[in-house]
Design a protein around this ligand. Structure first.
Ligand SMILES: [Zn+2]
Length: 223
């Protein structure tokens, strides 16, 4: 599959003791041209490994063995330097647009290749908002986690029935899954619903709890 080399100077070395075991998905919130400019501008100090535009063209900006600067201040399951452990994929999207079929198709083929090459578990394919819920919302409410899950590339925790619960229960399971315990209930509910119930706008309920419990349970399974 065609890969367009578009080297960015914005990268460093991965820490010696880390392996690549996460993939972080982002949206750019701007056009392809502006995204490429920004991700290659030394003044902005941001980058990613791959960028996929809305037509499905894939650009490689940073070599996989280098540490690209896409995650920023982040947290997952005790890890705080997610940049050293991950590959970052930017998707051209303003945040409120449907992700076109060609773009999702290219993303799925790239994820299949990367998860196989690095033996990355589908549960470690995360959104930027999962690892930074207090300051990020990408890949956003329009991103189709279910489609990735159908291809075995990410988790889509769908509850078949509600359970009795409260915010404390929800947060305990969120922490068990990997979310930052310092993030607020509202922040975690928002990012989690982007994944689990993207079109639901109602108040917090038993389906949110059951989905979060299911999500956390997936992380307890040894592989
Ligand atoms: Zn991002």
């Amino acid at each position: 599959m065609e890969l367009i080399k578009y080297p960015s100077p914005n990268y460093g070395l991965r820490r010696d003791d880390t392996e690549i075991d996460f993939i972080i998905l982002h949206y750019t919130a701007m056009s392809t041209e502006n995204s490429l400019d920004r991700l290659c501008d030394p003044a902005h100090e941001v980058s990613c490994h791959y960028l996929i535009d809305q037509a499905g063209l894939c650009y490689q900006l940073v070599n996989e063995n280098k540490r690209a600067w896409h995650a920023g201040k982040s947290y997952w399951r005790g890890y705080r330097d997610l940049n050293s452990r991950s590959l970052g994929i930017e998707l051209v999207n303003l945040g409120n647009e449907i992700y076109p079929k060609a773009q999702m198709k290219r993303l799925i083929s790239l994820l299949k290749h990367l998860t196989k090459s690095y033996e990355i578990s589908p549960k470690n394919v995360l959104g930027h908002s999962d690892i930074a819920p207090s300051r990020k919302s990408d890949p956003g409410e329009c991103f189709n986690w279910k489609e990735l899950s159908n291809s075995g590339l990410a988790l889509f925790p769908e509850a078949s029935s509600p359970m009795n619960c409260d915010k404390t229960f929800f947060l305990a399971h969120a922490e068990r899954a990997g979310f930052n315990p310092e993030a607020s209930f509202e922040e975690i509910l928002k990012t989690f619903r982007n994944r689990s119930r993207p079109n639901f706008r109602g108040p917090f309920d038993g389906y949110d709890c059951a989905s979060m419990q299911k999500f956390a349970d997936a992380f307890d399974v040894d592989e």
